[in-house]
Design a protein around this ligand. Structure first.
Ligand SMILES: C[S@@+](CC[C@H](N)C(=O)[O-])C[C@H]1O[C@@H](n2cnc3c(N)ncnc32)[C@H](O)[C@@H]1O
Length: 320
C-alpha cells in the first residue's frame, strides 16, 4: 500500500473506513481531523464529489462510529467543522448541529466542549452574500467539536500545557498588586470576592479560552516550497499548524498515538512528529499522500524522488 513511514509515524493512502478497522481497539489517544466540508464539493475531493449534501451527516458518522472502539477510554476526538449555506439560499445549513446531536445520541460520544477556531485570515465568503448582496457577515469561525467516550467526560487534558502569555496589565498586577488594589481582597462588580494572594499567583500564563485565533496563511514551509518548485497543486483545505499544535499539546503526552483520518497534506503528522507523538495519517488521495511527504524533506531532489516513488505505489521510509 502506498504511503510513508517516519521516525514516529505512518501515512497510509487508503480510505479511513478500511484503515480504521485494522487499528487496535482502545489504542488512539487523539483523533484530530478536518473532514471535507459539505460546501466544498467543487474543490474535487476524492470520493467526496459523490456524496450528496443531504447524505453528508450520515457519511461522516460512519467514520466516527468506527473510531469509537479505536479511541483509548480517556482519548479524544476533535473534528474541525465549518458551517455552510444551503444550496442557492442565504440560509445556514443545520448539518453541524445534526452531526453533533447524532454523535451524542446515536454513537454515545460525550461532548467535552465546543471550541472555535477564528481564522484571522479568512476570506469574505460566500462572495454572493457577503460581498455582492452585503446581507451576511464574513464567516471566520470553524467549530472544533471535542468528544470523548469517557463516561464522565474526563478524558486526558491539561490546560497548563497550553497557557497563553499574560497580558501586560496582568503581568504588572502579579509583579506589583499594591499599585492596583488596596487591602487583601477585592469584590468584583459580579459580587465575586478575589483575594489578592490567590489572584497574584504566577501560574506561568493565562488559561486559554475556547476561541483560538490563528491565521491560515503560512507560505514558506517545506510543503509549500516543494509543491511550488515541482509544480504540484497545493492541498486546497489545509488547517494551520498552530491549531493542531494546540490540540496535541493540550490532549496528549509524548509517545501517545495521534491519528488524522482525513490527513490531506498531513499537518497533523508533522505536528505530532515535531512533538514526539506517534502518529497515523490516512488519506484516500495518492497525490495528497505523495506531496505530504514534503513536510519531512530537506531538499528538492529528495522531495521529488519520494514523491515519484509514492505516486508509483511504493511504500517508503524517510528518516532524519
Ligand atoms: C479538509 S481535507 C484535510 C486537510 C488536512 N487537515 C490538511 O491540513 O491538509 C479532507 C481530506 O479528506 C480526504 N478524504 C476524503 N474521503 C476520504 C476517505 N474516505 N478516507 C480518507 N481520506 C478521505 C480528502 O482527500 C481530503 O484530502
Amino acid at each position: 500500500m502506498a504511503g510513508y513511514n517516519t521516525q514516529y509515524g505512518r501515512f497510509i493512502c487508503d480510505s479511513s473506513l478500511n484503515v480504521l478497522d485494522s487499528l487496535e481497539d482502545n489504542s488512539i489517544n487523539l483523533i484530530v481531523t478536518s473532514p471535507p466540508f459539505s460546501n466544498q464539493r467543487k474543490k474535487k475531493y476524492t470520493n467526496f464529489d459523490e456524496v450528496p449534501q443531504d447524505e453528508y451527516v450520515d457519511w461522516l458518522l460512519q467514520f466516527a462510529k468506527k473510531a469509537y472502539n479505536k479511541l483509548a477510554p480517556n482519548g479524544s476526538l476533535v473534528i474541525d467543522i465549518r458551517s455552510a449555506y444551503e444550496k442557492r439560499k442565504a440560509v445556514e445549513s443545520l448539518y453541524p448541529y445534526e452531526f453533533l446531536l447524532k454523535m451524542v445520541k446515536e454513537l454515545n460520544y460525550n461532548l467535552c466542549q465546543t471550541v472555535y477556531w477564528n481564522n484571522t485570515s479568512a476570506l469574505p465568503l460566500p462572495i454572493q452574500y457577503v460581498n455582492i448582496e452585503k446581507i451576511r457577515l464574513k464567516n471566520s469561525l470553524n467549530m472544533n467539536m471535542w468528544f470523548t467516550k469517557a463516561p464522565d467526560g474526563r478524558c486526558k487534558a491539561d490546560n497548563k500545557k497550553v497557557l497563553n502569555p499574560y497580558s501586560s496589565r496582568m503581568q504588572k498586577f502579579i509583579d506589583k498588586p499594591e499599585s492596583f488594589i488596596k487591602g487583601e481582597q477585592v469584590t468584583r462588580p459580579s459580587g465575586n470576592v478575589l483575594t489578592v494572594k490567590s489572584w497574584r499567583k504566577d501560574n506561568g500564563g493565562a488559561i486559554a479560552s475556547n476561541l483560538l485565533s490563528y491565521p491560515n496563511s503560512s507560505s514558506n514551509d517545506s510543503y509549500q516550497r516543494f509543491c511550488k518548485e515541482l509544480n504540484i497543486k497545493l492541498h486546497p483545505a489545509r488547517y494551520p499548524y498552530k491549531l493542531i499544535e494546540f490540540w496535541v499539546n493540550f490532549l496528549t503526552d509524548e509517545n501517545d498515538l495521534v491519528v488524522d483520518i482525513f490527513g490531506g497534506s498531513n499537518t497533523t503528522g508533522k505536528v505530532a512528529e515535531d512533538l514526539k507523538r506517534r502518529w497515523i495519517s490516512i488519506d484516500i488521495s495518492q497525490e495528497y499522500a505523495a506531496s505530504s511527504i514534503f513536510r519531512f524533506c530537506d531538499n528538492l531532489e529528495q522531495a521529488k524522488m519520494f514523491y515519484d516513488r509514492i505516486m508509483s505505489g511504493e511504500d517508503v521510509i524517510i528518516k532524519k
